[in-house]
Design a protein around this ligand. Sequence first.
Ligand SMILES: C[S@@+](CC[C@H](N)C(=O)[O-])C[C@H]1O[C@@H](n2cnc3c(N)ncnc32)[C@H](O)[C@@H]1O
Length: 262
Amino acid sequence: MSQLTFDEAAARSLEAIYLSPDVVAQRARVIDLLAPRAGEQILDIGVGPGLLAHDIARLVGPAGRMVGLDNAPAMVAAAERRLADLPQASVRQGDAGGLDLPDEAFDAAVATQVYEYVPDIKQALVELHRVLRPGGRALILDTDWRSLVWHASDPARMDRVLACWDGHLADPHLPAKLGPLLRQAGFEVRRVEIVPMLSPRWQSVSYAGGMMRTIHDYARTNADRFGLDADEVVAWRRDQDELIARDEFFFSVNRYAFLATR
Ligand SMILES: C[S@@+](CC[C@H](N)C(=O)[O-])C[C@H]1O[C@@H](n2cnc3c(N)ncnc32)[C@H](O)[C@@H]1O
């Protein structure tokens, strides 16, 4: 595994992807499922640039509390900037695998696109359970990269590039195992939903557009680690440009949202 570095450049690039219509729609669905109420205390684990935390903080209002946590200093700084106008919100540096927070402190918690990066998922879920009050809600969302359908002229080359991309995560197939893992940690799983990232045609301002650039850069930097030829990555990207020019681009991947209660 060679993880993505969540530095300042990554924070800027993530923000651009997160403001694309697909990810805006995902946040709306997460809010619907979590249903934050005024006065609640809510934790956002792996808060990233803080877009979801900002929405939640406004919904819990001044009588509530929104705590964002992230292990990357650049992400903590980005979230702090975004949440600066909301006194009910605060951000701290910390690790999902060992939360420096009291027992039963939160009514609800979210972790979107985070647990797939965490090496010891069982420990992270034990921690999540510990900081929720009895009956508290957890909303977890992760991508299963096995659900990806991405058209290419050379499918074997696409598979090699994607095998390299899989290496940026602790578990690129976490959602398929998340139900039993949540139950083992003491949760009751209430609902599971697909949140698709679908681009049936090329649109530069989209999740797929952002991923094309991110995967290209990651694969070029990490090619030799994964036995991939850097020229292959260039050829893969050129093929995508040619498909786009012919209006033959297609990309679809599923994220899975789990709503569970303690
Ligand atoms: C792909 S981003 C998702 C950000 C945000 N949750 C969202 O959906 O907009 C993953 C975030 O998880 C953070 N992260 C990864 N591993 C972590 C860990 N073990 N503990 C806390 N944060 C972590 C990263 O620094 C990054 O900000």
